[in-house]
Design a protein around this ligand. Structure first.
Ligand SMILES: [Zn+2]
Length: 79
């Protein structure tokens, strides 16, 4: 994992965007947040680099956050 988060959201987070309390990265949806948390209840969940699970950084105004690109290569943000 990079030591610093690569995303930042200055705007108030809406109902879908969320910040990971552990690695401080921002995600477009709780689904994308869940994707970067791996492990099970026995060992505990840990963060992985969002890029390593197929996500990319999207920009909206002065904010950036992780999204999942769609299959056709276009960025996808389910809003
Ligand atoms: Zn995290």
């Amino acid at each position: 994992m990079p030591s610093k988060p690569r995303t930042s959201a200055r705007l108030v987070l809406n109902g879908r965007r969320c910040q990971c309390p552990t690695c401080k990265e921002y995600f477009s949806t709780i689904t994308n947040f869940d994707k970067h948390r791996v492990g099970d209840h026995a060992t505990g969940k840990v963060c992985v680099d969002p890029e390593s699970v197929g996500m990319a950084i999207a920009t909206a105004g002065s904010s950036t956050y992780w999204i999942t690109p769609s299959k056709d290569g276009k960025f996808y943000d389910s809003e």
